[in-house]
Design a protein around this ligand. Structure first.
Ligand code: GTP
Ligand code: MN
Length: 633
């Protein structure tokens, strides 16, 4: 039998692709790939279709073209560009991000969903002819390292060179992987179109923005948006599909950073952390002196009794607000030196980017996400437009960082020893604590994670909500099943990672944060030593907390700061009513919103309640840390 060529099955490919691009596509022997590309062409009708092969010329081309079509503007420092998203396209849009659910199936009520046939019809109508006058770019990538049990092949078709350029920086190239796998590749596919653009090269019809996820075919559709969180299919959109795959295959896909923390004598310990958006993942993973592997999405597999972990991604799409030379010296250095970086939604004046909280006075005018900007400029509602958006970001490859860990692309991943859950909680949780065991950590920290909503998601800010494992928006299987998978996962491991909780956002009675931005480094170091049995702790009703003497030493050693007993009392006094109120909210959530909640959840919460009530009986509403016994376990 002769080799089948894509053009025989899909004549449109022969007709619409240049000879080079046709050839590039033909050497991937996977008719499903051809079918997807053909469908995208027929539906969106681009003038041209370009298949990128990841050759150095092709990699460079996405950036050059993004500049040529003005989706990006070069800045003064070599390698730097800026991209703007429209005023109504400044964050992930939950409202219009929906799962396509086949008739007769149901997802958790907490998940935004639409009947599949109806949703498909709607989004395909919005995509019809959307690429006329433009080029469609076909990209092959992998999630997770290449040549690894972790790798997941991905395909994205987009009419945005900015999106394609971002893919270069954020993921591992996968063209060769697709060629190697041929028809074996079970890939995730994304079709994205920015839709109609205005004179600023910005999506002009935000009211028609839709992001639909079809888990039946592992496909994501995105239209009338450019914000990377809505358009780079491999980010949170593919995470939703990955969670289903992981559920079928018995591993975990998590919304977590991954880092190496240094201990005494050059020891390296790997930690992962789940924090909702804008709660400190990137700032933690970029702590000076430590090594970063990832700041957003991690995969865990049980391998020979160990928890092996990889970063799904290879770059950072990070929040730039408050990045300043004092609090984030490493990020600051990267952002102010030559190298390939895309800034988004900052203010630009004379080729220089300005963002909120950078510690430099911004100019009186410039260009930002609203177009030409000047101090006092108002939006359509009469609200003053800030010079830069709170959710302004930077995109950079991890390899460009001095502190990138060598194990980033290791096919077997790294041996994970600790997991951290953290949210924005003004009132209840300690700044740092350790769970009694795996199940307690999963339930009382992970499945109890609460946060106050932030600017990273469109909508009202400062509302308290449960965000289970910081991944709730992305869980595409029943939530109870997801928690159960986490509980089960620990049982597959010889020595499961220790589980910790942090709260960088605890406030005192006057509303002031009780910790400084760099204090997180102390908690991380404490965890590293706990993992190796080198720190004692005090046993409280909600977990183990650090002992005062150890913190004094660590603050001195790491931050050259004197830590006082007043600090300790302020930060580590147990707030009983606040923790009980939280338990009430968590329990109610699991009873009402989580179908199939494992009974273990309620049992563990119930035990925690008993311990809290007992503490209140003995000591009252505020319990100073020295009331709790020191343990060596
Ligand atoms: P995504 O990239 O959206 O997933 O967010 P992230 O979890 O990576 O959050 P990031 O580390 O970028 O921090 C978000 C915001 O929280 C920034 O504005 C930080 O300045 C602020 N922040 C980080 N750490 C601390 C802290 O220890 N205390 C306080 N008060 N703010 C912090
Ligand atoms: Mn981040």
């Amino acid at each position: 039998m002769g080799k089948i060529m894509p053009g025989e099955r899909f004549p449109v490919l022969k007709k619409k692709l240049s000879p080079e691009s046709y050839c590039a596509l033909a050497s991937i022997a996977n008719p499903k790939v051809w079918a997807f590309v053909a469908d995208c062409i027929q539906l969106c009708q681009p003038d041209e279709t370009w298949v990128s092969t990841d050759s150095p010329e092709d990699i460079a081309r996405s950036r050059q073209e993004a500049i040529r079509v003005k989706e990006e503007i070069p800045l003064s420092i070599p390698g730097h560009t800026v991209h703007f998203d429209g005023p109504e396209d400044q964050g992930r849009d939950r409202e219009v991000t929906r799962y396509l659910v086949p008739k007769g199936e149901k997802l958790s009520p907490a998940l935004n969903q639409i009947e599949r046939e109806k949703g498909l019809k709607e989004i395909r109508e919005l995509l019809a002819g959307s690429m006329k006058g433009r080029t469609m770019i076909v990209r092959f990538l992998t999630l997770g390292p290449k040549n690894s049990v972790f790798s997941l092949p991905c395909l994205e078709c987009t009419d945005s060179y900015y999106v394609s350029h971002s893919l270069n920086l954020l993921y591992r190239p996968g063209y060769d992987e697709f060629r190697r796998l041929g028809s074996q590749a079970r890939f995730f596919a994304t079709l994205h179109s920015a839709g109609k653009l205005n004179e600023l090269a910005v999506s002009a019809e935000p009211g028609k923005k839709r992001i639909y996820i079809d888990y039946l075919t592992d496909t994501v559709y995105s239209v009338n948006t450019q914000y990377a969180g809505n358009t780079v299919g491999l980010k949170k959109l593919a995470l939703r599909l990955t969670i289903r795959r992981a559920d079928q295959e018995g591993w975990l896909a998590e919304h977590m950073f991954l880092m190496a923390v240094h201990g005494p004598q050059g020891r390296k310990t790997y930690l992962a952390g789940a924090f909702p958006s804008a709660c400190g993942k990137t700032s933690t993973a970029m702590l000076p002196g430590e090594k970063i592997l990832g700041d957003d999405i991690a995969y865990f597999r049980p391998i020979k009794g160990q928890c092996r972990a990889v970063n799904a991604e290879a770059g950072i799409f990070g929040i730039i607000q408050n990045v300043n030379p004092v609090d984030d010296p490493l990020i600051w250095k990267v952002l102010t030196n030559p190298g390939e970086i895309i800034f988004s939604n900052v203010l630009v004046k004379d080729g220089r980017p300005y963002w909120l909280g950078m510690g430099i006075e911004p100019p009186e005018d410039g260009v930002n996400f609203s177009g030409k900007w000047f101090r006092g400029k108002k939006d359509a509602q009469g609200k003053e437009i800030p010079f830069a958006h709170k959710n302004a970001r930077y995109t950079v490859s991890l390899k460009a960082l001095d502190n990138c860990d060598e194990a980033l692309d290791q096919p077997e991943g790294v041996d994970l020893s600790g997991i951290i859950y953290g949210g924005r909680d003004s009132h209840a949780w300690f700044p740092c604590q350790q769970s009694f065991d795996w199940s307690h950590g999963i339930v009382a920290y992970g499945a109890s994670l609460e946060t106050e909503t932030t600017f990273a998601i469109i909508g009202q800010e400062g509302i308290q909500e449960i965000n289970l494992m910081s991944i709730q928006d992305f869980v595409s299987i029943p939530l109870g099943k997801y928690v159960r998978n986490n509980l089960e996962f620990g049982k597959k491991l010889v020595r499961p990672p220790l589980i910790f909780a942090v709260n960088y956002f605890l406030r005192d009675e006057d509303g002031k944060f009780v910790n400084g931005l760099r204090d997180k480094h102390i908690w991380i170091k404490w965890m590293e030593r706990r993992i190796h049995g080198e720190m004692r702790a005090r046993r409280t009703p909600t977990g183990f907390i650090p002992c005062f003497e150890d913190l004094v030493k660590l603050f001195k050693e790491i931050l050259k700061k004197d830590y006082t007993s007043d600090d300790y009392r302020k930060q580590f006094s147990l707030r009983v009513p606040e923790n009980l109120a939280k338990l009430d909210r968590v329990e109610k959530f699991h009873r009402q919103e989580v179908e199939d909640a494992p009974p273990e959840i309620f049992q563990i919460l119930q035990e925690q309640r008993k311990r809290l009530l007992e503490a209140r009986r003995l000591y009252g509403d505020r319990v100073t840390p020295d009331s709790f016994p020191v343990v060596t376990e």
